[in-house]
Design a protein around this ligand. Structure first.
Ligand code: ZN
Length: 427
């Protein structure tokens, strides 16, 4: 396939688009765009799989071409007639993580990815770009969508699944709320009371953290009782395979605790017709693990004693676009974050562009970097170790929800970043 270089800030030129413009360009429905991302470590292809129409739009109707995070990929919607950028969003994918594994050097694989965009009134150009190792967003697919195309599938009109409201925010306007849906994975029909309880615990865990506690009025959280044939989820290293709603499994990329699903379309099919923008999937197992992919989903296990901190940690990834602040012992180094580039995640830095990070939160005279022995004097600093590397990547605090399960809360930089993103979606 042919790549086109793209200046990722292109949309910034048209950032003046205002809330009232939603009605000029969109109707109150969702266009669900399903793609297949495929390839190997050398070259990648994005292909259109299918288009679907959902009966309502549960995302923002303001800040339409703005981006709270750059992400590992971006989707941009341009009005065909005027050439104006009318919507933008960012994301990360399991596919891009897989590209860093040895397997990606040996074989081509494909992954499902689904994006939700407001339903356009007129023809639009949709462009998906992926961030390469140089930090440049390269166009992977660019195509026109005619909203009147008769082959756009209508979903979520009949047999909408039942849902319960776990938490209701105070805004009557769902487009000024963060709409989260919690799904059941590995719960049989007779285990739904347990699931409802776990959904409630998820909500309580989230709102026991700052700044979710003070912003809880801005969240609507629904739970959908998606039934699995088998109880529990698949654990390949133990040769345990279960028939579950979303076919999730541990050992993703041969990493024990990495629990994911590649059946992304099944997730979205299960909740078609329900107002949602963010997804949490609860897995009914006591095996430790989870995964959180920015603007895709959080998936975590409920039977483990660390259920509460882990579900909040993973939501930090999938909702907040936060990086892991942990690293492994010794001189561990991971090339997930090249040291010559500033990562886009708000809670780690390579010091290439620290001013764009939490610099404004530092007390005057805080040494940069900050020796860990000074963490008592400078609770917010620039401490070496984070993003899986013990050297060259720095984190904001000695400890954080994005570092350990024992820490009580997010560090101040993460709190700040979460607050910023909640406000982006709701103001
Ligand atoms: Zn943090």
């Amino acid at each position: 396939m042919k790549y086109f270089l793209l200046a990722f800030s292109f949309c910034m030129l048209t950032i003046g688009i205002e809330a009232q413009d939603y009605d000029s360009y969109f109707i109150n429905k969702t266009l669900r765009v399903d793609y297949t991302f495929s390839g190997n470590s050398k070259n990648q292809t994005v292909s259109l799989d299918q288009l679907c129409q959902l009966p309502q739009w549960a995302g923002r109707k303001h800040n339409l071409p703005g981006l709270p995070r750059q992400g590992n990929g971006q989707i941009k919607v341009t009005d065909l007639k005027s050439g104006k950028c009318i919507y933008k969003d960012s994301f990360s994918t399991l596919f891009q993580e897989w590209l860093d594994t040895p397997e990606a050097g040996a074989v081509r694989k494909s992954f499902e990815n689904t994006f939700l965009i407001p339903y356009p009134k007129e023809k639009v150009v949709v462009e998906v770009s992926l961030r390469n190792k140089l930090g440049i967003y390269v166009t992977a697919i660019k195509h026109t969508i005619d909203p009147n195309d008769i082959l756009i599938k209508k979903k979520g009109l009949k047999s909408i699944p039942d849902y319960t409201v776990v938490h209701k925010g105070s805004s009557p306007d769902i487009n000024k709320s963060v709409n989260v849906v919690i799904l059941a994975e590995g719960y049989t029909s007779s285990e739904m009371e347990k699931f409802r309880n776990h959904a409630q615990i998820t909500c309580e865990a989230l709102f026991s953290h700052s700044p979710f506690d003070k912003l809880q009025d801005r969240f609507n959280i629904l739970a959908v009782e998606t039934i699995s044939e088998d109880s529990g989820v698949s654990v390949p290293r133990e040769n345990r395979w279960s028939e579950t709603a979303f076919h999730s499994h541990f050992d993703t990329f041969y990493s024990d605790r990495y629990l994911t699903t590649t059946n992304v379309k099944d997730i979205h099919d299960a909740i078609a017709g329900i107002p949602y923008a963010h997804i949490i999937i609860l897995a009914n197992t006591d095996v430790y693990g989870g995964g959180g992919i920015f603007n895709s989903y959080t998936l975590t296990t409920t039977g483990h004693r660390d259920f509460k901190p882990v579900v909040v940690h993973e939501f930090g990834h999938s909702f907040g676009g936060l990086a892991d602040e942990y690293f492994y012992g010794g001189d561990s180094f991971s090339d997930t974050y090249p040291l010559s580039l500033e990562p886009w995640e708000p809670n780690i830095t390579t010091l290439v562009d620290f001013a764009s990070k939490w610099e404004k939160l530092l007390k005057p005279q805080t040494p940069v970097p900050t020796n860990i022995d000074l963490a008592g004097k400078y609770p917010i600093g620039v401490f070496e170790g984070g993003g899986y590397s013990s050297k060259g990547i720095y984190r904001p605090a000695a400890d954080c929800r994005m570092k350990t399960n024992t820490c009580k809360d997010f560090c101040p930089a993460c709190q700040n970043a979460i607050e910023e993103i909640v406000k982006f979606y709701t103001e």
